[in-house]
Design a protein around this ligand. Structure first.
Ligand code: PHB
Length: 387
């Protein structure tokens, strides 16, 4: 054996165990979610759903164990760029899953457009993420803010309401939900006569409720979520408005908070891409597994977390776990057909689910499905050039 062949043999002997090690290296998933503040429970549900799907695959995706790197983003946009850059630059994660708050997610989208890190958004609806900021490395397992707002507007117009007041937290999610609502409601013959807002995450609703009583609209459309939604629905009832003025909303108003809202929420009608009582084999299986594992009923946030893991798995399976093969992985994520508890869906070119919107009515502890507001609703993806 000459020197070259000896060197080669040594190199091969060294490389083989290295390759085996690389195969087993854990996949680093950055989980950027709120663990504190008004959206804390939403972050927990998303993480629960994500972990449930991974566990159902035997604790691995495409043969790779997962190492989670968690960041509490506090739903604070002013800390978002620093938080996401920690995951990208310090922790060097393979993929990022996050977050709930649109303002935080916008900063995340900008950061991953620079770094190329794959980002799966498991809630935040900011329209720009699948609009002007759309990118090959960004997909959503949730919705655009326009979608549930639009579906709620269709529902309100169908019920024959003519004069509406909208009320919401004054940031991307509230503004864009109200815009979607107004678009569909006015197309259906209604008119939004007043918009009332307060800064996120304030819950001092009293003056605005007094204004609603003075306006005497046929219907009120609200965007609030999490702990803030729990308080709004109770305050609306306590102000005596529940009897005089129907309150509707995108389903975030009552999802995951019905127990806290108690009698105040009973009968509320909302529109969302998930509902209780879908009673499909897929959803029943998911709900049973979630209840066993967490001693809780799942909500829309849990479903979106579960589906974020499904989308990631579709990408990883296509490249046999090799995240370095990034383009092929991203293409497979976007082309995935997701067998979701909410119903099957695909992603549009911009990366947003094309999905059905259910009408739900709060009955006991359930947001019970009572009909369909809009079937197969794509986001218009205005401003996205990825077609
Ligand atoms: C958002 O900020 O995009 C957001 C937050 C909570 C929700 C829905 C949307 O329930």
């Amino acid at each position: 054996m000459n020197i070259t062949r000896i060197a080669l043999a040594a190199a091969v002997a060294l490389a083989a165990p290295l390759a085996a090690q690389a195969q087993q290296a854990k996949l680093k998933v950055g989980l950027m979610l709120p663990a504190t503040g008004t959206f804390a429970a939403l972050g927990t549900a998303i993480e629960n759903g994500f972990r449930l799907y991974v566990d159902e695959q035997g604790g691995k995706l495409a043969g790779r164990e997962i190492e989670f790197v968690r960041v509490d983003d506090e739903s604070d946009p002013s800390k978002a760029t620093d938080n996401v850059n920690k995951l990208i630059k310090r922790d060097n994660v393979d993929v990022i899953v996050g977050t709930v708050h649109s303002g935080v997610a916008l900063a995340m989208a900008r950061a991953v457009r620079e770094s190329g890190t794959p980002l799966i958004v498991p809630n935040a609806g900011a329209d720009a993420i699948t609009g002007p900021l759309c990118a090959a490395n960004i997909v959503r397992s949730s919705f655009s803010n326009w979608q549930p707002g639009f579906a709620s507007g269709v529902m309100a117009a169908q019920k024959g309401y003519k004069r509406a007041v909208t009320i919401y937290w004054n940031y991307a999610a509230g503004q864009e939900s109200a815009k979607g609502f107004t678009e569909a409601f006015e197309k259906g013959g209604g008119k939004v006569i007043k918009e009332l807002t307060l800064p996120f995450p304030n819950v001092e609703f009293q003056a605005l409720l007094t204004e609603i009583a003075a306006q005497k609209p046929d219907v009120v459309f609200a965007f609030f979520a999490g702990a803030g939604a729990a308080k709004f629905v109770k305050d609306y009832d306590a102000a005596g408005l529940r009897r005089s003025t129907p309150l509707i909303g995108s389903g975030f108003l009552t999802d995951g908070v019905l127990e806290a809202q108690g009698a105040s929420a009973q009968g509320l009608q909302t529109a969302l891409h998930y509902a209780d009582g879908l009673n499909t084999p897929r959803d029943n299986k998911f709900r049973a597994a979630y209840a066993v594992r967490y001693k809780l009923q799942p909500d829309v946030y849990a479903v979106q977390g579960y589906d974020a893991a499904q989308i990631l798995a579709a990408g990883l399976n296509a490249v046999k776990g090799d995240v370095k093969n990034r383009d092929a992985m991203l293409t497979a994520m976007r082309k995935a057909s997701i067998d979701s508890p909410r119903g099957k869906y695909t992603l549009a070119a911009a990366g947003n689910p094309v999905q059905d919107f259910y009408i739900r009515e709060a009955k006991g502890r359930d947001n019970a499905m009572t009909g369909i507001a809009v079937k197969v609703l794509p986001d218009p993806a205005r401003g996205c050039n990825l077609r």
